[in-house]
Design a protein around this ligand. Structure first.
Ligand code: ZN
Length: 1081
């Protein structure tokens, strides 16, 4: 029989008394029943997740997946499709209208760095574009990456700029999407997706005076339904996608469903609909865009004319168009156009003409544009052919289609289907699923999220500090140069959203280039936060003086290089007290354990007013058994105001009762290891044990195997039954065949095998009054599972950290799997971009790797009783391979290229810390019927847990050299608590009209109202908020500041929505994101 040794977090009674009396003081709110989730306005706000009687879409992607056989039959010349036939007289009454759209796909970093691509290729493409487009007004071109375009713009003459504006103005050049990059849609977070879209759109508006109308995304490896929502809310009316699973393309082609209105799953009318064109064939290059036969289409890529550097792999070269061959050539091409047209409902046809980094030489422009013009001239001169062919932009195509079906842009064309769902996971051929990149280079995926949190925090705090400084007439003293750093950080984060950056699919040197940019911006953002915090916490603003050489505050951590983990700052204690300023970037007050490293165990933590705060002292471990000399961790329980700054004091104190002690038990597996202890934290060394270890707080009890140190079960307080949550590490290998896993592809050699390390782990249990944790040290991974003994959000879930180091692995992927008794069957849920939840179904007819999905912020499984959510602080690949399981890939090391152009394996692994939160919730009113719907929402607790995980409090010590100022005051920017379901996505200061390195008087306030599910039990959540049916009074929200103006705009500020009204009360529907142009002061 297994003995269970229970360790309550609140081990010693005396500490409990001390801690709980402090709780009573700290946690007033949670005993207010009106603030519980079941009270207030919640019932009405709960209706949303239950759904209403909205019409179901014609195409629901989950259902499409269930329907398709995925049999990959040979389709002939169109290998992944079918034979297309037509009657020659089909266009007699309504001619075929063909738009050939020249494009050049420019990756902002992939094989080369962003700068190298710019110097080697992109600048030449854009220079010859200006030249060659002016030669013939019938020529057209589209451009999408503003990162490149703006760099070029900075380097060209006023004359050339004027020419570009003319080309845009007369419709020859169209800016499509207009984002900073063409973002990855699997790993990117909606904060960053929106931010790079704003950055691009703001640049376009300012410099060219144009607003994009159509979206163009030919290369992202699968498509999220978040993107159509963002484009729609930016007032775009059409969009195009390309990399969709070949079996779905075939099915949609056969049913003429390649064009549809893409609708959000939660949308019950049609307010989120946007027209979407899906390209039908294998690729966006010329051989796969003119029609079904690549052997023929390739002959119409005139860059491949004989004598050039590239040719046609189908062995029939293009021929220059002459009077002698034009009739035959045009007929051959028209046959392809007609066949392609049969896959669509309208008689307007889109034919993209381009490829990666195309049109970089004037000769190529001539070859393509002159030869195609000859073909068009011929086709258009033959009335019997019933075709009208021309160059066009993407919007030329959409406009012609809308005109033909008799609608205005933005409306639903009659007879076209409505689709909801997304296009993950992507396979381009056979069983080659692009599911590896959900995890590739997790180090940078994690760094990306850290940068995002800092950017958001810096934006908000900079905007608030500047507004307060302006109001006090102190703008002249404020470091306005921070705005340029902020702007640069937006652009570096934006660049990293590119579909070869955050995906982990660039060359090693390019990954380093991205890493350096991210690190550089992270440091700058910390300085912006420090400068803003300095101003905001000063009691007497007249004493404010910014000295760039001696910052008032220092940073919470440092990173020695772009690929190293952060090293936390150690605060040196002295006779005079040290002050800390803690920034809470969340828009909700939080009761959190704030951790600080100090150089002495003799320490006391006081509030700003001098009240002692509960704090736990623990040692700092450098390895499994070795403490870091003279460094101690102080964990303080502090209530942090929403978006605010809390001032804390650290005093040196020899009063032994001032600090709550923790104790440590070390389980050593057989072998002798030297143990270094550090007074006064007691350490007991024990042999490996067969007993379980349990941690418990007032909400839950988590038990671990003492031998493995891994989580086994969770039991919620007041419940008889414990839920098995058995965690284990597993390893996937790669196949022995030619096709192996690489940066993009996941091609495992079968099911995962248990991870079998050489040695058993050292297991270290720390028990204390504020938190307890179980750490296990394996050769390739160190896990720490922590339970906070804190009322409210922090204590309701388990905090999990996995420090992964697989640099000595060869062709292996390390996975973490949780096995439970939850009867989830084949269904699991993953988020899209942290914005929405997409239900998934494990498809047995598909290979294992096809069942992995991106997990940017969370995944869960559920039955009618329970829901288990894995929250994550970095994007990773996830699946549920059997009922009750949830599995995440932590890192992958692959020695070879996977033949998608990268030409490299994935061998530059770093020590990476993956962070999670495990939340077990009880479902109260779930029903099978409800669960059968293709829609799901997290609970409010889950949303807030995710925000806690992704937005850590920042601890900034007041620099030691500074004499402690007498009047540091905590800063509380909000006068009232925001409704629980409102999220301030950003408060983004806009650029000054004249000088782009300076801020204007206006900011963009971007709000998101989250959709949530009330059918999960929510007792004592400790939220200091309620919901308000979407109402928010903005006028009085910011304490001490006046809202000078409030103008609702489209998402990226391009279009005002309605007129600015005098009312500052706003309303948001659930799930909606809204942008307001505001003036604070
Ligand atoms: Zn690309």
């Amino acid at each position: 029989m297994k003995l269970k040794k229970q360790v309550t977090v609140c081990g010693a009674a005396i500490f409990c008394v001390a801690v709980f009396s402090l709780y009573l003081m700290l946690d007033r709110v949670q005993h207010d029943p009106a603030r519980q989730q079941s009270g207030g306005n919640f019932p009405r706000d709960c209706q949303f997740a239950l759904g209403s009687k909205g019409q179901s879409p014609d195409l629901q992607m989950l259902a499409v997946y269930s329907l398709l056989p995925f049999d990959n039959q040979d389709g002939g010349v169109w290998k992944q499709g079918f034979d297309i036939t037509y009657e020659p007289n089909e266009w007699d009454t309504e001619p075929l209208q063909v738009f050939v759209v020249p494009h050049s796909h420019n990756d902002p970093g992939w094989i080369k760095t962003f700068d190298k691509y710019y110097y080697d290729q992109t600048q030449h493409i854009l220079n010859s574009m200006v030249l060659k487009m002016q030669e013939d007004p019938r020529r057209r071109f589209i451009w999408s990456e503003i990162s490149f375009f703006s760099k070029w713009w900075d380097n060209i003459s006023a004359q050339k700029r004027a020419a570009v504006r003319r080309l845009v103005g007369n419709g020859q050049l169209e800016m499509v999407t207009g984002g900073w990059v063409m973002p990855d849609e699997a790993n990117s977070h909606y904060f960053a997706m929106i931010d790079q879209l704003i950055e691009g759109h703001q640049w376009l508006e300012k410099n060219i005076g144009v607003t994009p109308r159509s979206g163009w995304a030919v290369d992202p490896f699968g498509y999220s339904s978040t993107m159509p929502y963002l484009l729609k809310r930016s007032n775009l009316t059409g969009m195009l996608i390309q990399r969709v699973h070949y079996a779905i393309k075939k099915h949609f082609a056969a049913t003429q469903n390649l064009e549809f209105m893409w609708r959000q799953t939660w949308d019950t009318d049609s307010s989120t609909d946007i027209f979407c064109h899906m390209m039908p064939f294998y690729s966006y290059d010329v051989p796969h865009t003119c029609g079904p036969d690549p052997k023929i289409c390739c002959q119409f890529d005139f860059k491949r004319l004989p004598g050039g550097r590239i040719n046609c792999p189908w062995k029939v070269p293009p021929r220059a168009i002459t009077d002698a061959n034009v009739a035959e050539r045009a007929q051959l091409l028209l046959d392809q156009y007609r066949k392609k047209s049969k896959l669509y409902r309208s008689k307007v046809l889109l034919v993209p003409l381009g490829d990666d980094f195309r049109y970089d030489k004037p000769q190529e422009w001539d070859a393509q544009f002159l030869n195609y013009q000859r073909i068009f001239d011929f086709l258009n001169s033959q009335p019997n052919l019933h075709v009208q062919a021309q160059f066009g932009t993407l919007s030329d195509y959409f406009d012609a289609l809308y005109k033909k079906v008799g609608i205005v842009p933005g409306m639903k064309p009659p007879g076209f289907p409505v689709l909801s769902g997304d296009f993950f996971s992507y396979a381009d051929r056979e069983d080659h699923y692009w599911t590896g990149y959900y995890t590739s280079r997790p180090f940078y995926k994690s760094l990306d999220r850290v940068l995002e949190a800092h950017l958001r925090g810096a934006e908000i705090l900079f905007s608030l500090a500047l507004a307060h400084a302006r109001r006090a007439g102190a703008e002249g003293k404020y470091p306005l140069s921070d705005y340029a750093l902020l702007s640069n950080a937006r652009r570096n984060l934006g660049l990293f959203q590119h579909h070869d950056a955050i995906t982990g699919t660039a060359k090693e040197a390019v990954a380093v280039d991205y890493g350096v940019r991210l690190l550089h911006s992270l440091m700058n953002l910390k300085h912006i936060i420090i400068n803003a915090a300095h101003y905001l916490v000063l009691g007497d603003k007249d004493t404010y003086h910014h000295d760039p050489a001696a910052p008032f505050l220092s940073t919470d951590d440092t990173r020695p290089s772009q690929d190293s983990l952060p090293e936390r700052t150690v605060v040196k204690l002295d006779i005079s007290p040290r002050f800390l300023v803690v920034f809470n970037p969340l828009e909700q007050e939080r009761l959190s354990v704030v951790r600080v490293l100090v150089n002495s165990p003799h320490v006391r933590v006081l509030s700003e007013e001098g009240q002692p705060l509960p704090a736990q002292l623990s040692t700092r471990w450098g390895s499994a058994t070795d403490t870091v000399p003279d460094v101690y961790q102080v964990s303080v329980l502090a209530r942090l105001p929403a978006l605010g700054l809390r001032v804390l004091q650290l005093h040196k104190s020899f009063d032994s009762h001032s600090m709550l002690q923790s104790s440590v038990r070390l389980y050593l597996p057989g072998h002798d290891l030297p143990v270094r202890r550090q007074e006064p934290v007691p350490v007991r060394v024990l042999p490996a044990s067969t007993e379980d270890i349990c941690l418990e707080n007032q909400h839950l009890r988590a038990c671990f195997s003492a031998r493995s140190g891994l989580l086994q079960s969770i039991r919620r307080a007041g419940e008889e039954r414990e839920q098995r949550v058995n965690s284990e590490f597993l390893v996937y290998g790669t196949r022995t065949s030619k096709d192996k896993s690489g940066a993009y592809l996941f091609l495992p050699d079968g099911e995962a095998k248990p991870y079998a390390p050489k040695d058993s782990p050292v297991v270290r249990v720390t028990e204390g009054p504020l938190f307890s944790e179980v750490a296990s040290y394996y050769q390739h991974v160190q896990t720490v599972v922590r339970l906070y003994n804190v009322p409210g959000v922090e204590g309701l879930s388990l905090d999990v950290s996995c420090l992964v180091d697989i640099r000595d692995h060869i062709n292996k992927e390390l996975a973490l799997r949780f096995s439970t008794d939850i009867e989830s069957e084949d269904t699991f849920f993953t988020d899209l971009n942290g914005f929405q939840i997409q239900p998934r179904r494990y498809q047995r007819k598909l290979p294992l790797q096809a069942n992995f999905y991106p997990m940017p912020t969370m995944a869960y499984i559920q039955d009618t009783q329970n829901r288990l959510t894995l929250h994550t602080a970095q994007a990773l690949g996830v699946s549920s391979l059997s009922s009750g399981q949830l599995e995440v890939i932590l890192d992958r090391r692959l020695m070879q290229d996977d033949n998608r152009g990268l030409g490299q394996g994935l061998k530059d692994n770093k020590r990476t810390r993956n962070r999670f939160r495990i939340l077990l919730e009880r479902r109260t009113t779930a029903s099978k019927a409800q669960d059968g719907r293709p829609i799901s929402f997290p609970s409010l607790l889950s949303h807030i847990t995710s925000m806690h995980l992704n937005t850590e409090a920042l601890v900034m010590p007041v620099a030691q050299e500074k004499p402690a100022p007498l009047a540091l005051r905590s800063f509380m920017p909000l006068s009232t608590a925001l409704p629980c379901d409102f999220h301030i996505l950003n408060l983004r200061m806009l650029q000054a009209e004249q000088d782009e390195s300076l801020p204007s008087a206006e900011a963009a306030l971007i709000l998101h109202r989250k959709g949530f599910d009330c059918s999960l039990e929510a007792k004592n959540l400790g939220f200091n908020c309620t919901t308000s049916q979407g109402k928010l009074a903005l006028g009085s929200l910011f304490q001490g500041l006046e809202l000078g103006s409030l103008q609702p705009t489209s998402l990226t500020l391009m279009y005002p929505l309605g007129t600015a009204s005098n009312s500052t009360n706003i309303h948001l529907d659930p799930m909606e994101i809204a942008t307001f142009r505001i003036r604070l002061g």
